[in-house]
Design a protein around this ligand. Structure first.
Ligand code: UFG
Length: 328
């Protein structure tokens, strides 16, 4: 039986595809390639170029393949973009989830691991944020993921599906040796942008807001290595395959770093001065997001292994080898 990876050609999906393939699992990918890269997939992995909102085509994939469980990564995921295209985010993310669950139910597929986000919390009152914190997204991206979580919960109650909701904090880093990595077009994430400055592809990094109520005025985030995230997915899948109950958990390192601290760490790793300038706040950005990952430790026995330096070093290896991302 195969594992279907929806959005498997994207940054996080592709790292999971490779890890599952290397673990000897039968892996099938569905991706519309709107933001993903077919080159990120290992030879032998079967790719169906399908948009999950296209229920007929998705149904055909489920009809053709023997699917046991789904890992769902397909979503629009940029906070800033979601503020100006809210309806696109709702349509792509929420409609996509409804169609996916409809087809899963029709074909009797009852296990799903879902990529949710810290953005469901909005400006949290408690740091580190527990899963029980108030859910109050400050942007349409977070709102769409919260709606997806809730739709999945009701589908699970009605149809007996079991789910793992993994609320990621800020994911960065790359596969060992820089074989695959992060390549968004246009790039908007902090770590790749900092490293593009170090590569000479951008003159400077703009710091979005230096007047937040944090230790140096810049936003605090909890950065997690993509390979630690992959480990959590493998454990979550195993949990559901072993008959475990549905659950929701945060995934982060539990430590916050400011934008300024990330730039400083990248200066140390790359040896490049990485010029930085202050700019206006980016709308939709909460000041601080740091995870409590105690639930992931309790349910999955998951412990992240990599720190900020290892995250930046692995991303740096990828960017040096592929200065133009998957175009190289
Ligand atoms: N930032 C800058 N300059 C840049 C890019 C980013 O100062 O050029 C700042 C942002 O304002 C933010 C921090 O760096 O304070 C991190 O920004 P990212 O765009 O890298 O990440 P986000 O925190 O916006 O979002 C990411 C994922 C979301 C997820 C969220 C959860 O993209 O999917 O983490 O924390 F929901």
């Amino acid at each position: 039986m195969a594992i279907l990876i929806v959005g498997g050609a994207g940054y996080i999906g592709s790292h999971n595809v490779r890890a599952l393939w290397d673990a000897g699992r039968d892996v099938i990918v569905v991706d519309n390639l709107s933001t993903g890269h077919a080159q990120s997939l290992r030879d032998g992995v079967k790719l169906h170029m399908v948009d999950i909102r296209d229920e007929k085509s998705l149904d055909a994939v489920f009809g053709k393949e023997k699917i046991d469980a789904v890992l769902h990564f397909a979503a629009l995921s940029l906070v800033g973009q979601s503020m100006i295209q809210p309806l696109d985010y709702m349509d792509n993310n929420v409609t996509g989830m409804i169609k996916l669950l409809t087809v899963m139910q029709k074909h009797g597929v009852d296990k799903i691991v879902f990529s949710s986000t810290a953005a469901v919390y909005g400006d949290a009152e408690t740091i580190p944020i527990p899963e029980t914190a108030t859910l109050n997204p400050t942007n349409p991206y977070g709102e769409s993921k919260l709606a997806m979580e809730r739709i999945m919960r009701w589908a699970s109650e009605a149809y007996g599906m079991r789910y793992a909701v993994l609320r990621y904090f800020n994911v960065a880093g790359a596969w060992e040796g820089g074989i695959i990595g992060e390549d968004h077009r246009p790039e908007s994430h902090l770590v790749p942008i900092i490293l593009q400055v170090a590569l000479g592809k951008r003159p400077e990094i703009k710091i979005f807001g230096d007047d937040y109520p944090t230790k140096d005025g810049t936003c605090v985030r909890d950065y997690l290595h993509v390979m630690d995230l992959v480990d959590a997915h493998l454990l979550a899948l195993e949990h559901l395959e072993n008959g475990g109950d549905s659950f929701i958990c945060n995934l982060g390192n539990g430590m916050g770093f400011t934008v300024q601290e990330m730039i400083n760490a990248a200066r140390e790793v790359t040896g490049h001065p990485i010029p930085a300038v202050s700019a206006a706040r980016r709308s939709g950005d909460p000041a601080k997001l740091v995870a409590s990952s105690q639930e992931a430790q309790r349910i999955l026995g998951w412990h992240p292994q990599n720190d900020i330096r290892q995250i930046i070093e692995s991303a740096w290896t990828w960017h040096k080898k592929h200065p133009n991302g998957y175009l190289d």
